[in-house]
Ligand binder design. Structure first.
Ligand SMILES: Nc1ncnc2c1ncn2[C@@H]1O[C@H](COP(=O)(O)OP(=O)(O)OP(=O)(O)O)[C@@H](O)[C@H]1O
Length: 803
């Protein structure tokens, strides 16, 4: 049975209202469309009632789902609860409506069923209206929600903008923080490097502390020894009191002697200054005289050329006079001839006159001839007169010239006399100068003898390699400029560290050249010729310039060191002394002490075994006169520098050198050059015996700094041992100990007469200005200061006279 729907039928599927949310045509998903479809089908009566019910149920369900009231059931407000209740009731109502069954009185009670159906349709319509109302409400609610959504989006956008601004602010803050962070990192690295530097400093301080502790221990030992000595001395006090009285008497006499010596010294100093003043005055006079002499010499030269010109003129005039004389003679001869002819003619004329018989023509002819001859004679006479006049003038000229020559000669003689006089004065001044020099030398020796100290010169070498020069550290060596310390003081310091000041007899800065250094010691070298023992040694760390100072470069005149210059001076002076009757014999020897073994550097035979150890056992001996000998050592007579130069070259080839961390070519041994000087004066029979010892010691650096291993380590240990023995000897001498440990090393035993005896000793302490060598330089300067304070014996001249 078909049920006719009261609703208008659907026209066509295409004319159906479209769901604004759905793009597809005939989309059946929207609740509105679903509901309309249900209506259409009911109207058409093509669908079953149960299907219509299902559709209404579905529409109801969807409505419930899309209802904003149903979307927030949990908000718990009373209004929402009431609406939910209403919805629930409506749903139940609709459910009941949908479940309702059409039933007639009979199976064919269509009327009853139709009425029921109408009723049912009415209810359904009411339902639909309600649903439409609901839907309208829903769309209103939706609109509200959309407005709300727009507002919320706007709020969201604003919030987003605020957040963005905040984010930007935060990013800027972050950037700032990052910059701060990097600055802090830089600060941190600086702080770390400072910390490292402080650690290094601390380590150095630790080393210093260690050295001080060692020194302290030594001092404590010393104190113990001194205390022992004191107790011994206390025991001896009784016996010494007696001695003391006698010593006091002796002391007074010594004091008197001392004051006398001091007076002598002051008078000697005065005499020196006087002599120096005199010397400078003499030098001035000498230079003036030299100026005069040069001017006179010039004048003399001019006079000599004038005299020579005069003589030449005189010679010319004499030649002229001779020539005129010869001419005169010739004219006179001619005149005589003419006179004779005239006489003969006159005689003839007389004869003719006597014999008048002859023809008048002949007579006339003869008369005319006589007249011509007379004319000729008169002209000849005039010529003679003229020539005589010329002769007279020439003679006068000659006289004038002779007078001029005579005058010039007297002037020349005068000049010569003056020159001779000046030369005599010059010779006299030079003699006085030499005498002054001799006196000065004598006084210098006296002062040095009175002083009785080992003299110490400090030499600071220039910065060498590029890395030394590019060192960022400021200089570590300073030279005080106060009048008192100028040229004598030296200071070591490190930035923010303490300052160490030292004073020596002379301090040479890096600018001082080899000549300047030698000029300060030339007097000392000279005293070797006067019969003294002279010892000069160079001490310092490796690479500080010991070899440069002692030897230098013998092939370059400006670079020659102490050894070549000393020998040149000795050769020159010994030649000069020859004129005073002196003749000298000079013998050179050279040895090195390597690993506590002596090696002869001038030996021509190769006498060392494979280890470089000499097969010969060289033994050091001292005789009663304090002379030192080394057995089997080669002694070579030398007479000039050339010979010495070849010896030095030979020795250099035999020397033990090696490479250390501090010097490419390091001397690994102590090298001793000795010149024995024996002089004899034939006229006075006086003899002198001098010795010149020039020593280049091996480097004094610590083991750790030398970077030595293996053989080098052994060498360094041997070097350190001998140098520390040298220190012990010096300390013992300074302390005036009864026992001086000379025998502790070959070096000290060899130098015994120089250190404790009667020789003149000078020590060069060489230091490097490099900041890395500061500690080594400090050790060297401390050692040198100890040496400077050390009083040794009074130097003695070794002379003898055979009468
Ligand atoms: N006063 C100076 N002027 C210029 N150069 C110098 C000076 N002193 C030293 N030198 C140079 O320094 C370098 C090292 O010097 P030298 O070899 O004399 O040192 P050293 O103390 O003898 O070393 P070592 O103990 O290792 O033999 C050399 O190249 C030398 O020419």
């Amino acid at each position: 049975m078909e049920v006719k729907s009261p609703f208008k039928p659907c026209k066509a599927p295409g004319s159906a209202r479209k769901d604004p949310h759905c793009q597809k045509e005939n989309c059946s998903n929207s609740p509105f469309e679903k509901r309309r479809k249900i209506t259409c089908r009911d109207t058409l009566g093509s669908q079953s009632l149960s299907e219509s019910r299902t559709r209404v149920r579905l529409a109801l369900t969807i409505r419930q789902e899309t209802s904003p009231v149903n979307q927030s059931p949990k908000d718990g407000s009373p209004a929402s609860n009431v609406s939910m209740q209403k919805d629930e009731d409506r749903k139940l109502e609709i459910e009941d409506l949908l479940n309702m069954k059409m039933s007639g009185k009979t199976k064919y009670d269509f009327k009853g069923k139709s009425e029921q159906m109408m009723e049912y349709i009415k209810k359904l319509r009411a339902c639909i209206r309600q649903l439409q109302d609901c839907e309208n409400k829903c769309s209103e609610e939706k609109k509200q929600i959309e407005d709300q959504l727009i507002r919320q989006r706007k709020d969201h956008k604003e919030a987003e903008a605020i957040l963005k601004a905040k984010q930007q602010e935060l990013e800027e803050g972050l950037l700032e923080l990052r910059q701060m962070c990097s600055a802090l990192e830089v600060k941190l690295t600086v702080a770390l490097s400072e910390k490292e530097a402080l650690n290094v400093e601390k380590e150095r301080d630790g080393e210093l502390l260690k050295a001080l502790a060692e020194e302290k221990a030594n001092l404590l030992e010393e104190v113990g020894r001194v205390q022992n000595d004191i107790s011994n001395l206390n025991q001896q006090v009784g016996s010494l009191q007696d001695l003391n009285r006698r010593l006091q008497e002796y002391n007074t006499s010594l004091q008197q002697y001392n004051s006398k010596l001091q007076k002598d010294a002051s008078s000697a100093a005065e005499a020196i200054s006087r002599v120096q003043n005199e010397k400078s005055a003499i030098m001035e006079t000498l230079s003036t005289l030299r100026g005069h002499s040069a001017a006179i010499q010039e004048q003399l030269d001019i006079s000599k050329t004038a005299v020579q010109d005069g003589l030449r003129q005189k010679k010319d005039l004499l030649e002229e006079v001779d020539r005129v004389r010869r001419e005169l003679q010739r004219v006179l001869d001619e005149r005589n001839q003419y006179c004779a002819q005239v006489l003969a003619l006159t005689e003839e004329n007389n004869c003719y006159k006597e014999s008048t018989a002859k023809s008048a023509a002949e007579m006339e002819f003869l008369m005319s001839k006589a007249a011509t001859l007379e004319e000729c004679l008169s002209s000849q006479t005039e010529q003679v007169k003229e020539l005589n006049q010329q002769l007279e003038t020439a003679n006068k000229k000659l006289q004038v010239l002779e007078a001029a020559v005579l005058h010039q000669s007297t002037d020349g003689a005068e000049y010569l006399m003056r020159q001779e006089e000046l030369q005599n004065r010059l010779a006299e001044a030079e003699l006085r100068l030499k005498e002054g020099e001799l006196l000065r030398r004598k006084l210098h020796n006296t002062i040095q003898e009175l002083k009785g100290n080992i003299r110490v010169f400090c030499r600071v070498r220039p910065l060498l390699q590029e890395d030394e020069q590019c060192d960022a550290e400021p200089p570590v060596v300073l030279y005080p400029t106060s009048t008192e310390l100028l040229g004598r003081g030296v200071e070591l310091f490190q930035s923010q560290g303490p300052r160490y000041s030292f004073t020596f007899d002379k301090v040479f800065s890096p600018e001082a050249g080899q000549e300047e250094v030698f000029s300060e010691i030339s007097q000392l070298i000279q005293s070797a010729l006067d019969g003294y023992k002279v010892c000069i040694f160079a001490y310092g760390q490796t690479g500080s310039g010991k070899t440069h100072t002692m030897l230098g470069n013998p092939d370059l005149p400006d670079e020659r060191g102490v050894i070549p210059r000393s020998l040149e001076q000795i050769f020159k002076s010994s030649q000069e002394f020859r004129s005073k009757g002196w003749s000298f014999r000079l013998q050179a020897s050279m040895l090195e002490i390597y690993n506590e073994t002596i090696r002869d550097l001038l030996s021509v035979t190769k006498c060392s075994n494979t280890d470089g150890v000499s097969a010969k056992q060289y033994v050091v001996k001292h005789d009663q006169n304090g002379n030192t000998f080394v057995s089997d050592l080669t002694l070579i007579d030398v007479t000039n520098w050339k010979e010495v130069s070849s010896l030095l070259r030979r020795a250099a080839q035999s020397r033990s050198v090696g490479k250390t961390a501090l010097n490419e070519q390091s001397s690994r041994s102590h090298c001793v050059f000795t010149l024995r000087i024996s002089g004899i004066n034939a006229s006075t029979e006086q003899e002198v015996q001098g010795v010149l010892n020039l020593i280049d010691l091996a480097g004094s650096e610590r083991l750790s700094r030398s970077g030595s291993t293996g053989d080098r380590l052994k060498e360094t240990q041997a070097i350190n041992k001998s140098l520390s023995s040298l220190g012990d000897v010096i300390v013992a001498i300074a302390n005036k100990d009864q026992h001086i440990p000379y025998r502790n090393s070959k070096l000290t035993y060899l130098l015994q007469p120089c250190l404790g005896g009667d020789s003149k000793t000078l020590m060069f302490v060489n230091i490097s200005p490099d900041s890395k060598s500061l500690h080594e330089s400090l050790c060297s300067l401390r050692f040198a200061a100890k040496v400077n304070a050390c009083e040794i014996g009074v130097p003695r001249r070794h002379t003898s006279t055979h009468l």
